[in-house]
Design a protein around this ligand. Structure first.
Ligand code: 5RP
Length: 228
């Protein structure tokens, strides 16, 4: 599948998911190229159809895009609930175990997700896998002592690689942390791995989102389909 085809599938999933947002809702808005299509469609509906909802965003990027359409965005601590969050994912299996954080927004994404009544992911069909792990698992790490955390991850056999930008500088999250990607190929026991990672001092969060999602909308060449 080339990038244009993949983008068409992402866009179809984003447009389909936008139908889930209704007037008066508080909606969590994820991050990434698939969510960008979602926000474009929500922006269109806001401007052309008068859709009024409040957004809680999972990154400064998504906030800027949503606000450029005039969508009202508030801080996660300014709402007492979130009706629904729509986000992308890097991989998802049939048990709804997934990897997120390819766009370095995993921490805010997980905070918004766990405070949401309903979670929907939008993915193109290439993200649906039998076993997660081929996509490198992002781990958000505090910069202080990050070298030691990376050595410990190495010793555990997790093949960590500090994420760098195109200029060779450490990628920083919206919380100014580093991202370390674990090259694992296959994650056979995601719950054990999640527990191990979250208990490491210096690790803030990891990109394993295990059975948190209610519905996955998959962009498929035959049209968007729903995994439930
Ligand atoms: C960002 C994420 C994204 O949702 C994930 O990387 C999917 O991105 P894309 O829609 O661009 O493929 O987790 O941290």
């Amino acid at each position: 599948m080339d990038k244009a085809q993949q983008d068409a599938l992402k866009k179809a999933a984003g447009i389909e998911a936008a139908k889930l947002i209704e007037n008066g809702m508080i909606a969590g808005l994820g991050t990434g190229s698939t969510v960008k299509f979602l926000v474009d469609e929500l922006g269109r509906r806001h401007q052309e159809e008068g859709l009024e909802f409040t957004g809680v965003t999972t990154s400064r990027r998504t906030q800027a895009q949503a606000e450029s359409y005039g969508i009202k965005i508030v801080d996660v601590d300014d709402v007492d609930h979130i009706d629904i969050t729509i986000d992308g994912a890097d991989e998802v299996d049939s048990n709804f175990n997934g990897i997120k954080g390819g766009g370095a927004a995993l921490l805010w994404e997980k905070i918004v997700a766990i405070n949401s009544n309903k979670i929907v992911w939008i993915v193109d069909e290439s993200k649906v896998v039998d076993t997660i792990g081929k996509f490198p698992l992002p781990v958000e790490v505090i910069p202080f002592g990050a070298g030691h955390v990376i050595k410990k991850l190495e010793a555990k056999g997790y093949n960590p690689v500090l994420r760098l930008d195109a200029d060779g500088k450490e990628v920083r999250t919206d919380e100014n942390n580093f991202v370390v990607d674990l090259h694992l190929e296959k994650i056979e026991h995601p719950t054990d791995l999640a527990e191990d990672l979250i208990n490491m001092v210096g690790v803030v969060e990891h990109g394993l989102f295990l059975n948190m999602v209610d519905k996955v909308i998959v962009g498929d060449p035959n049209g968007p389909r729903v995994m439930t």
